[in-house]
Design a protein around this ligand. Sequence first.
Ligand code: PLP
Length: 426
Amino acid sequence: MTDDSGVASYADLPLADVDPLLSEMVARELTRQQRNIELIASENFTPVAVLEAVGSVLTNKYAEGLPGKRYYGGCDVVDEVEALAIERAKALYGAEHANVQPHSGSTANQAVYWAALEPGDAVLSMSQAHGGHLTHGLNVNFSGRGYTFYHYGVDRETGLIDMGEVRSQAFKCRPKLILAGASSYPREIDFASFRRIADEVGAELMVDMAHIAGLVAGGVHQSPFPHSQWVTTTTHKTLAGPRGGTVFCEAKNAARLDKAVFPGIQGGPLEHVIAGKAVCFLLAATPEFRAKQRRIVENAKALADVLLAGGLKLVSGGTDNHLLLVDFDDTEMTGRLAQELLDRVGITANKNVIPYDQRPPTITSGLRLGTPAMTTRGFGPEEMREVGRIIVETLTVKHDEAGLNRLLRRSRELTAAFPLYCDLNS
Ligand SMILES: *Cc1c(COP(=O)(O)O)cnc(C)c1O
C-alpha cells in the first residue's frame, strides 16, 4: 500500500483491496439480506440511488449551521443539497418547517425535547411496555433521566390505546407535552383525539411517526400534520431512505427547533445522509411509492389472516398498519424461541414484549412482524400468505430438524424469486 518513496497510496484503492477483511463482511451481509425473509418491522431496503448518495463525497464536508448560514467556507453545494431535502420534506407532508439534520430518530426526539421543554418538565407518552420507544421516557435513557415522564397504555381486552386513560392521565400529570407514536402498535393512531386532549390540558402535541412515516406519506394512515405542533420521524423505516431522522414543526417554532438541533444537541450535519434523505423524499412523492404503502398494509392483513387461521393470537386481533404482534401469552412458545426457530428457516424477526407481558424482556411473550422490507422487495399478498404458512408450521414443528430444513427450502424459494440488489454483487 506504499509506493517506492514510502508515501501512502491507498487513497484510490477499492475497499476490497484496502481492507479485504471488512469487505468480506459487507459481502456476507449483502448475501444475508438477499437470502432471508426480512420481517423486522423497522427495517427496509433502501434504493441503490440512496446508497449512492450516502456513499458520496458529501461525507467530507463540514457544514455546521443551516443553508446560507454556515460556520465554514465551501458550503455552496451542500447548501443546495440540504435546501432541496428541506423543501422536499415540507412538500411531502405539507409541513411548515423541517430540520433534516438529526442523525437518527432518537436525536430527532431529543431535539424536540430540547426545543419545547425545560429539564424536568412533565411529558405524557405511551409506556414502552405497551409499544412506546425508549426515547419516550425509559428511565435509563436520556429522556427518562432529563424529563418527568408519565405513561398511558393499551386496554387489556382490546389491545387499543385507551383514550380515556390518556385523558385522565393528562389531567392528573398536567404535561407540557403529550407524545403519540409507537414502535410496536399494530393499529391506527387517532392524532385528532390526542390533539383535543392536549388542548384541554394546555399541552403541546408531539407525534413520533418513525414507524409509519411512509404510510402517512402514502396516504394510508391518518396524517399527524394538521394536529400536532411537533412531528419527528426516522427516514429508514417505512420511508425506505437512509438511516437518519427529521423533525417538523410550525413556522413559529422554526428558530427554536433549528437551535435545538445545532448547537443544542449536534455538531456538523451528515450532508451525505441528508442527500440520501433528499432522494428518499423525492421518491416518497411518487405514485409507485404510494402504491407500495397500500401494499404494505394489504400484505400485513394477508399475513395476519394466515396466522390467525393457523391458531396464533395477535395483539388487538389484527393490524391496520405495517406490523403485527403475535401473542404467545398462556402458551409454551416464547418470543425468544420463536425468533430462534424463524432464524433457522431463513426468516428474520424480533421477539417483543406484548402489553401486560408476564415474561421478562429477554424472553417475552411476543413476536413483532412487519411487511415493509419484503413489500419493497416485491412480495404481494400471495407471497405473504406463504410466509405466514411457513411461520405457523415452524412454530409447530419446533425442533424437528428435517421439518425445519424443508421450511428453510420453502423460504429460500420465495426470496430467490424476488432478487435484491443484483448489481451490488461484485
Ligand atoms: C425507531 C424509533 C425511534 C428511533 O430511531 P433510531 O434511529 O433508532 O434512533 C424513535 N421513535 C420511534 C417510535 C421508533 O420506532
